[in-house]
Design a protein around this ligand. Structure first.
Ligand code: SF4
Length: 333
């Protein structure tokens, strides 16, 4: 079976337009072909620097532009605290540890910024020393910063495209869609795995979802991890008034992502806390094979860990790189 990188928006739109059972069949079949043991990767996400971000992403409570949001800002964590959090995540079964800093980009042209970036490099080394996959999200990167992260042992860099190129400036005005693509190029050039996805439920059209997935599916290779988030509306943000997205929209988006990117880990990300177990089962059936695991997702609540364990046990799905295997796992997420 050929993995394609020449998807057009209209081809992806045609997948969205399929009767659900036809899309389900395609997605299910590809998921079984490319992930025969149907394992699920558990990734834990830690906010290592919270709030006060100069970007104005309309969905994000960490933006300094959204002054009505009640969120406590925290400076960069120290390395020892991050190591402890990674150890705890590993003990609970996570094989990937993701660290997020609310920055526009690492500010390595100042002494303080360089020291903070060096601390992040140390955090990566600590996570790797535990035998876990390390992923960070720090905003836009220069080619040199991407290389430094790779040299510290980083496996993957998260940098979402969020939505379609056309809808992008309705959500974010402090940077452009092409800036995202530029950083993703630097990440690839440095030899890092790419974690890149988006958010649905921000008032976009289905055509925007198709355009977003066409951009991801047009990458060569596809991002190794594709987080699909459902907007968690936060009071005080410009998108705080949005209605929660229809669960079947999430299922359908995951199914389309699975068909377009059959070898990628599709990660069911934010929004899971408010989903029924049945919706999550459907997401897993149509191709989701990664979860964020842990009680919080940066600043948003996440589904309780016990519920995740119960869900995976009920479905009989193995956990990727669980405990004893963790040290042997390499990043092909
Ligand atoms: S999504 Fe990231 S870049 Fe955007 S405001 Fe939030 S922390 Fe900043």
């Amino acid at each position: 079976m050929v993995v394609r990188s020449d998807w057009t928006q209209s081809q992806v739109q045609a997948l969205f337009d399929l009767p659900f059972y036809a899309l389900f069949d395609q997605a299910r079949s590809l998921h079984k072909t490319f992930f025969p043991n149907q394992d699920v990767q558990l990734a834990t996400l830690l906010s290592i620097k919270t709030g006060g971000c100069p970007e104005d992403c309309g969905y994000c409570p960490q933006s300094a532009h959204h002054k009505q949001v009640a969120l406590k800002s925290d400076p960069l964590m120290d390395v020892a605290t991050v190591r402890q959090a990674a150890q705890a995540a590993k003990a609970k079964g996570a094989s990937r540890f993701c660290m997020g800093a609310a920055w526009r980009s690492p500010n390595t042209h100042t002494e303080k910024g360089q020291a903070q970036f060096n601390a992040v490099l140390d955090m990566i080394r600590e996570v790797k020393a535990l035998g876990m996959e390390a992923c960070v999200t720090l905003g836009m990167l220069t080619p040199e910063q991407a290389l430094a992260l790779k040299e510290a042992g980083l496996d993957a860099y998260n940098h979402n495209i969020d939505t379609s190129p056309e809808y992008y400036d309705k959500i974010i005005t402090t940077r452009a869609f092409k800036d995202r693509l530029e950083t993703l190029d630097h990440v690839r050039d440095a030899g890092l795995s790419v974690c890149c996805g988006g958010i649905i439920g921000m008032g976009e059209q289905i055509s925007d979802r198709a355009a977003m997935i066409a951009v991801l599916g047009g990458m060569t290779p596809h991002p190794e991890s594709v987080p699909i988030n459902a907007l968690v509306p936060v009071e005080g943000t410009p998108l705080g008034h949005q209605k929660t997205v229809d669960p079947m929209d999430i299922v359908r988006t995951i199914a389309v992502a699975r068909v377009v990117m059959p070898t990628s880990r599709i990660r069911l990300s934010a929004g899971r806390e408010s989903m029924s177990q049945e919706t999550q089962v459907l997401c897993l059936l149509v191709g989701a094979n990664s979860f964020f695991y842990g009680d919080t997702l940066l600043t948003a609540p996440n589904q309780a860990e016990e519920k995740d364990r119960a869900l995976l046990a009920m479905m009989g799905l193995p956990v990727k790189g669980a405990l004893s295997e963790a040290a042997d796992e390499v990043c092909h997420a």
